[in-house]
Design a binder for this molecule. Structure first.
Ligand code: ZN
Length: 367
């Protein structure tokens, strides 16, 4: 079944309000997707994510493949059931972590051989294998296997990387189409299958980005992601690449910018017509004591908060801000208490999800 993406409203600036109908959840877009690396959004339990109104979360294929293993997860009914998450899931292709975390990588046209960062064991990932692993995990959305081009990359390197990503996109799609019905929940969900998104790469070269987008659209994926951004480049370059690619993507399919960003960035991109975004920033920063608030970023470790009886963010009505003080959050951090990461993460996620909620309601009423 084709992916259902119902556009409800579109503004002149390109921002759109839509419903993305996935096998496990109807997702209201634009949406921010918390990252659940190894089957958990770090330090935040699933029922809390539900109460924060998270509609879709990410799982990282590389981590889940290494531990506990995709076959084990398949035997347990897929990732939704294994982690007790009834709403939507998206898995990445494993490519990004293979390139960023693993050791002794060897890339060929066939695929990537790498050593696990956990125990040094040797593994070989191909586009076909990435699809098999993602089908076993059974997220609602899987991603084509790609090479995330590093920054900076010279023209030749970016071209070569793009050539690989395009060949792998074709192979991912062919293999996926032949096996997409093998997801663990296929019958249970009324014979609805998984969806596959292609990933636009091309480094920071506008023409390579255009070429990548056009070729992927020709292949006809269920949705399109823009990858290889937020890899250390200046922000105006990120924006330039997104602006270059968005008009080339079909209006009736979802667009996902991977791995962004700061609160003002996700708002800006959503207003331009990006439907989906994910980032580890709210949860990672939280574990380091960095809170995103309506008054800007605050570092809760600061001595000035030692006896601050105010809420973390006076404008936030999340469960943390309603109950706890800055002084208490600082104390938890200072004492190295496990609750620290949990409470900080809950607030930051509430802040990110709240931004998207406001953007959605504004997009709803604008023409
Ligand atoms: Zn809050």
């Amino acid at each position: 079944m084709a992916l259902q993406f119902n556009l409800l409203n579109q503004t002149e600036a390109g921002g759109r309000r839509a419903q993305l109908i996935l096998p496990h959840q109807t997702v209201e877009t634009p949406v921010f997707m918390p990252v659940g690396t190894a089957g958990t959004v770090k330090a935040v339990a699933q029922d809390v994510l539900e109460s924060l109104d998270a509609q879709i979360i990410l799982g990282n294929t590389y981590h889940l493949y290494l531990r506990p293993g995709h076959e084990a997860i398949r035997r347990m009914g897929g990732l939704h059931r294994f982690i007790s998450w009834p709403r939507a899931l998206l898995t990445d292709s494993g490519g990004f972590q293979v390139f960023s975390l693993s050791q002794l990588r060897k890339v060929s046209d066939e695929g990537v051989r790498f050593r696990s960062h956990l125990d040094g064991s040797s593994h070989f990932f191909t586009p076909e294998h990435s699809m098999d692993v993602q089908i076993a995990l059974g997220a609602d959305i899987a991603m084509a296997f790609d090479e995330c081009t590093e920054y900076p990359a010279d023209r030749r390197r970016a071209e070569e990387s793009l050539r690989l990503t395009m060949a792998w996109a074709r192979r991912s799609l062919d293999h996926f189409r032949a096996h997409r019905e093998e997801v663990p929940w296929y019958r249970e969900k009324g014979c609805r299958a998984q969806h596959l998104f292609g990933i636009v790469q091309g480094g920071m070269y506008r023409d390579l980005r255009r070429e990548s987008a056009e070729r992927l659209v020709e292949m006809d994926f269920d949705g399109y992601a823009i990858g290889g951004l937020s890899v250390g480049e200046p922000r105006d370059l990120t924006l330039e690449m997104i602006s270059e690619v968005l008009p080339l993507l079909p209006n009736d399919k979802p667009r996902y910018v991977m791995g962004v960003g700061y609160p003002d960035e996700i708002e800006q991109y959503a207003r331009m017509g990006v439907d989906m975004m994910d980032c580890v920033l709210p949860t990672r920063a939280a574990r380091h004591g960095l809170l995103f608030t309506s008054e800007g970023r605050i570092n809760i470790k600061g001595k000035k908060y030692a006896e601050d009886q105010g809420p973390p963010d006076p404008a936030c009505d999340c469960m943390v801000c309603r109950r706890y003080t800055r002084a208490y959050l600082r104390h938890l951090m200072q004492a190295g208490e496990a609750l620290s990461g949990t409470l900080n993460s809950i607030h930051n996620l509430a802040y990110y999800l709240g931004i998207m909620k406001r953007v959605r309601s504004r997009l709803q009423t604008q023409d």
